[in-house]
Design a protein around this ligand. Structure first.
Ligand code: FES
Length: 153
């Protein structure tokens, strides 16, 4: 009984993965299974929180050193693709200057992932909008750096 059940689960997982691989690129699957930079940073230099048109929310936390993104983390309560896009955007942004990070768009995320199905593309927009919000916050915080210790819980 338990051997049959284990075999059933194994076959089900294999079938799900087959469907996923038919729909998404290897890069998407890789980020989905092993998301990078998931989590939060204490007292970030830049923080963004955006809720997208789908109702899902993403947060991005930045640490900036000598005008470069030294550390970045993200959180999302969204779909699997929002995790993929958050993970990908953190990889695109790390080590970039603040100005270079500002030029990253949802298209940059889509290109890096090798594309997403039409119905998932807004997830890349959520990631790029959240990055924009975090960078805008960083610019504001530069004027009042002490505020960063109080604004994110
Ligand atoms: S469906 Fe909301 S971010 Fe993907």
């Amino acid at each position: 009984m338990s051997v049959d059940f284990d075999k059933y689960i194994e076959e089900l997982q294999a079938s799900i993965m087959e469907d996923v691989r038919r729909t998404y690129t290897e890069k998407v699957v890789e980020h989905w299974m092993h998301p990078r930079n998931l989590g939060r940073l204490k007292a970030p230099d830049g923080y963004g929180k955006v809720t997208g048109s789908c109702g899902d929310t993403m947060e991005i936390f930045l640490k900036v050193k000598a005008d470069r993104i030294a550390e970045i983390r993200f959180l999302t309560d969204g779909c699997g693709t929002s995790i993929v896009c958050g993970s990908q955007i953190t990889e695109l942004v790390r080590e970039k200057t603040v100005a270079e990070a500002g030029s990253i768009t949802h298209t940059s995320v889509l290109d890096a992932l090798g594309g997403l199905p039409e119905e998932d593309r807004h997830c890349a927009l959520l990631a790029s909008d959240t990055l924009k919000a975090a960078l805008a916050d960083y610019k504001r915080m530069k004027k009042d750096p002490w505020k960063k210790f109080y604004r994110v819980k």
